[in-house]
Design a protein around this ligand. Structure first.
Ligand SMILES: Cc1cc2nc3c(=O)[nH]c(=O)nc-3n(C[C@H](O)[C@H](O)[C@H](O)COP(=O)(O)OP(=O)(O)OC[C@H]3O[C@@H](n4cnc5c(N)ncnc54)[C@H](O)[C@@H]3O)c2cc1C
Length: 382
C-alpha cells in the first residue's frame, strides 16, 4: 500500500509494477493533481524515467533549456552560466529539462493506469496504521480499513506516517516564502522567452523563470524572506507584499512580477536529515522521508530516485519487507541528506546573500564547473 499519490507515490507504484509487484495507492485529494507550476528535472532523474518507462512521454512535453544562468537582481551582472547543450549531455548522458508539474504527474498517472498491477484510489486520507508483523492495516479518515503486505508513506511534508516512525514534530519553517505563477509565453517580454533557466539573485530575494510545456508557458517563482507562517500551502499571495520586497530589483525583474495578478503562495519548510525512516513493514519516501528546500531543485527528483531504489531492494529480498526497507534507507539517507543540507546553504549563500557574502558567491560561482555537480547529476546506479 502507498499512502499519497503525488510524484513520489505514483513513481513508487510504477517502480513496483516494473518488478511485478502489485500496489494500491491511496490519495487524500479527490483527484490526482499537481499544482500549476514548473519543476526542474536534472540528468539523474532522466535516468530514472528510463527505468520507469516514461522517458519518451516526458521528452514530448518538457523543455530542454540551453543554459542555467544566475544574474545579480540589483545590477544584472551575470554571476553564473552553465551551458546545458551537447557537451553537458555528452558528460551526463541524460539531459537537463524543465516540466510543468501537471504534465509530469500526468505522465506518471497514465503509465500507472496502463498497469494491471496498480490500483488507484482518490478521496482516501490515511489516518493511521497497524503493523501486524505479517501484514499492515491502515485506517482512513472515513474509517475504511485497507490491508496489505507493507506500507510506504509518500504523504509529503506533513506526513502522518512519519509522525509515528520518526516523531520529530512539525517541519522546520525556513523563513522564506515562494510565490508561483504560470502564464502564456506570448504575454512575457522577449528576454524571458528564451529557452533558459534564469535566476535573478538579490539580498533575501530571488526570481526564477523558465519556459514550460514545449515553450508554450512561462514559469515564475519569486522567493523572499518573511517571518510569516501559515500552515499548509498553496494559498493566494499578496502582490503588494511582493512588490515591496522586490522594489530595489532591476526593471526586468519588476516587469515580470507585474505580469501576474493571482500568485499562489507557499511557506517553505524542510526538516533536519534523519538516518532511520523505516519501522518493520512501514517506510517513508520523498518529502515524507527527507523534505528539502527547493534551492537545489531536487525534492521531486529524490522522490523518484527513492521509488526506483525501493523497488530494487524489494526485488532482492522479496517478501522480507523489513529488510528491504532498512536496505533502502541505508542506500538513500546520505545522498538525500546532502541535498537537504546543500539546499539550505545554497538558499542562504548563493540565492540570497548581500554585501561581501554576495561577492564571495560571485567569485565562487565564476569558478563553478559541470564537474561540481557530478555527485548529483551522475545519479545512482540504475
Ligand atoms: C517552490 C518549490 C519549487 C520546487 N522545485 C523543484 C524542482 O525544481 N525540482 C524538484 O525535483 N523538486 C522541486 N520541488 C520539490 C518537490 O515539489 C517535492 O519534493 C515533491 O513534490 C515531493 O513529492 P512527494 O510525492 O514526496 O510529496 P507531495 O508532492 O507532497 O505529495 C504527497 C501526496 O500525498 C497526499 N497526502 C498527504 N497526506 C495524505 C494522507 N494522510 N493520506 C493520503 N494521501 C495523503 C497529498 O495530497 C499529495 O498528493 C520544489 C518545491 C517547492 C515548494
Amino acid at each position: 500500500m502507498i499512502a499519497g499519490g503525488g510524484i513520489g507515490g505514483l513513481a513508487a507504484a510504477l517502480a513496483l509494477s516494473k518488478i511485478g509487484r502489485a500496489s494500491l495507492v491511496l490519495e487524500q485529494a479527490s483527484e490526482f493533481k499537481e499544482v500549476g507550476a514548473g519543476i526542474q528535472i536534472s540528468p539523474n532523474v532522466f535516468m530514472m524515467f528510463d527505468v520507469l518507462g516514461i522517458a519518451e512521454a516526458i521528452k514530448q512535453i518538457a523543455v530542454f533549456p540551453d543554459s542555467l544562468t544566475i544574474r545579480d537582481a540589483l545590477t544584472a551582472e551575470q554571476v553564473m552560466h552553465i551551458p546545458l547543450g551537447p557537451e553537458f549531455l555528452a558528460r551526463f548522458r541524460y539531459p537537463y529539462g524543465v516540466i510543468y508539474r501537471p504534465d509530469l504527474l500526468d505522465a506518471l498517472l497514465r503509465a500507472c493506469k496502463q498497469s494491471p498491477l496498480i490500483a488507484l484510489h482518490t478521496g482516501k486520507s490515511v489516518a493511521g496504521y497497524e503493523d501486524r508483523n505479517t501484514h499492515v492495516t491502515i485506517r482512513t479518515d472515513d474509517d475504511e480499513i485497507f490491508e496489505g503486505a507493507a506500507l510506504v508513506g509518500a504523504d509529503g511534508l506533513w506526513s502522518r506516517i512519519r509522525e509515528r516512525i520518526v516523531g520529530d514534530g512539525k517541519p522546520r519553517v525556513a523563513g522564506h516564502i515562494a510565490y508561483r505563477a504560470v502564464l502564456p509565453i506570448e504575454k512575457a517580454p522577449t528576454h524571458a522567452r528564451e529557452r533558459r533557466v534564469t535566476l535573478w539573485a538579490g539580498p533575501k530575494i530571488h526570481l526564477v523563470h523558465y519556459p514550460l510545456r514545449r515553450g508554450e508557458l512561462l514559469n515564475l517563482v519569486a522567493v523572499f524572506h518573511s517571518d510569516r507562517y501559515e500552515e499548509g500551502w498553496d494559498k493566494y499571495g499578496d502582490p503588494e507584499e511582493l512588490n515591496e520586497k522586490f522594489k530595489h530589483a532591476r526593471s526586468e525583474v519588476r516587469e515580470l512580477l507585474a505580469l501576474i495578478e493571482a500568485w499562489r503562495m507557499w511557506v517553505l519548510c524542510d526538516r533536519d536529515p534523519v538516518k532511520h525512516w523505516s519501522a518493520g513493514r512501514v517506510t517513508l519516501l520523498g518529502d515524507a522521508a527527507h523534505p528539502t528546500l527547493q534551492y537545489m531543485a531536487q525534492g521531486g527528483c529524490m522522490a523518484i530516485e527513492d521509488a526506483v531504489v525501493l523497488a530494487r531492494k524489494i526485488e532482492i529480498v522479496q517478501d522480507d519487507f523489513a529488510r528491504a526497507f532498512v536496505a533502502y534507507q541505508e542506500d538513500r539517507y546520505l545522498r538525500t541528506a546532502r541535498v537537504q543540507l546543500t539546499s539550505r546553504f545554497v538558499g542562504d549563500y548563493v540565492y540570497h546573500p548581500r554585501g561581501p557574502a554576495a561577492e564571495v558567491r560571485n567569485q565562487m560561482l565564476q569558478n563553478l564547473t559541470r564537474e561540481d555537480m557530478a555527485w548529483l547529476y551522475d545519479g545512482i546506479k540504475a
